[in-house]
Design a protein around this ligand. Structure first.
Ligand SMILES: Nc1nc2c(c(=O)[nH]1)N[C@H]1C(S)=C(S)[C@@H](COP(=O)(O)O)O[C@H]1N2
Ligand SMILES: [Mo]
Length: 202
């Protein structure tokens, strides 16, 4: 057994799990890889805030304490990175994006998430509504490590993981679907892992 497991360290055969959990072209990992396009920012919690702005009638902002005072959810989700790894049953605690959106008035159909360090990613608003996206601060029962997006990141698990902005500071609502950091560099505008929407044109 050792002979085989050696070569597959950090991976698991996809036949071990129901196929409906693993999108095409993905393999499973037990570890948790770090993928960052730049250095890890370190924003102190007393300087942290989260803003819902852009095309809204009145922008709304939450401090760290105000965010923690909102209803919290713990969810179990599968995550899928465009570099082909997937990780099942990851546990996160935070605030549903529905909770933030309920406190602004808007008709804009798109949004851009933006982060400390300058990262951005775009999504249809529909993809962060209805219990599909969360602003999370806790991973597997412990504060989210800085390299994985702490103090807080967004998770949008039904899309490729580049849509899950680490070090998030706000979302900007927009009329148009405006490509973000990876989307302008050739990644797919939407990024559905079940349709293998990895790159522009997929
Ligand atoms: N701010 C920011 N968010 C980001 C990224 C990044 O470079 N900066 N990388 C994205 C990509 S490509 C992936 S796969 C995931 C990786 O998250 P992880 O490092 O926690 O695995 O974060 C996404 N969110
Ligand atoms: Mo990624």
């Amino acid at each position: 057994m050792g002979l085989f497991s050696r070569g597959f360290r950090g991976r698991r055969r996809t036949t071990d799990v129901p196929a409906d959990r693993v999108p095409p072209g993905q393999y499973l990992v037990d570890d948790y890889p770090v993928l960052s396009a730049g250095p890890t920012p370190h924003t102190p919690l007393d300087a942290w805030d989260f803003t819902v702005g852009g095309e809204v009638s009145q922008p709304k902002r939450w401090t760290w304490q105000e965010m923690l005072a909102l209803p919290q959810e713990t969810v179990s989700q599968d995550i899928h990175c465009v570099t082909h790894w997937s990780k099942l049953d990851t546990h996160w605690t935070g605030v549903s994006l529905d909770t933030f959106l309920a406190q602004v008035e808007f008709t804009a159909p798109y949004m851009t998430a933006y982060s400390d360090g300058g990262y951005t990613t775009n999504l249809p608003i529909a993809d962060i509504q209805g219990g599909k996206a969360w602003l999370v601060h806790t991973y597997e029962g412990a504060p989210l490590p800085p390299e994985h997006g702490g103090p807080a990141r967004m998770i949008v698990p039904h899309l490729y993981f580049w849509k899950s902005a680490k070090w998030i500071r706000g979302i900007r609502l927009t009329s148009d679907d405006s490509p973000g950091f990876w989307e302008v560099r050739g990644y797919h505008i939407y990024g559905d892992p079940w349709k293998e929407q990895r790159y522009e044109g997929d």
